[in-house]
Design a protein. Structure first.
Length: 138
């Protein structure tokens, strides 16, 4: 189940990132697209990096799981990482969209609420990190 939650949150993060990139290319302020602004570029590249790293971790764990390997500890580490990453990426996407990103006209506010819920459901992030640490430090 935690792998599925993580995959769902990765999907949310990817969608938010895609929306932010599209908006940054189209939205013009002071005669230039938002995409030319250094702070927007930094938000996009940070989000892209986190999404990429999360995808690789999930693919690796899924592959090991399919091969019958024990992925319990890694799943306890990755589920909080990916859900918290999704919150950061969605938050940046909201920031790129400005005030409009916070409205219900876009799915970003709903995605943010859902992602925040996933840090609690199916094992709170703090509990999973604690359990993973116990497993790693045996």
């Amino acid at each position: 189940m935690r792998l599925g939650c993580s995959a769902a949150m990765l999907g949310y993060a990817q969608r938010a990132l895609d929306m932010a990139k599209s908006y940054a290319r189209k939205r013009v302020t002071f005669g230039q697209p938002l995409a030319t602004r250094q702070m927007v570029q930094e938000m996009i590249v940070n989000s892209e990096t986190e999404v990429y790293a999360s995808r690789l971790m999930l693919y690796h764990i899924a592959s090991d799981y399919d091969q019958g390997k024990d992925v319990t500890t890694r799943m306890m580490m990755v589920k909080p990482y990916v859900t918290e990453m999704a919150i950061r990426v969605i938050d940046r996407a909201i920031q790129v969209h400005g005030g409009h990103g916070y409205t219900r006209e876009l799915p970003l506010e709903m995605m943010y609420r859902d992602a925040r819920l996933f840090t609690i459901g199916d094992g709170a992030s703090e509990v999973l990190k604690w359990a993973a640490a116990r497993s790693l430090l045996k």
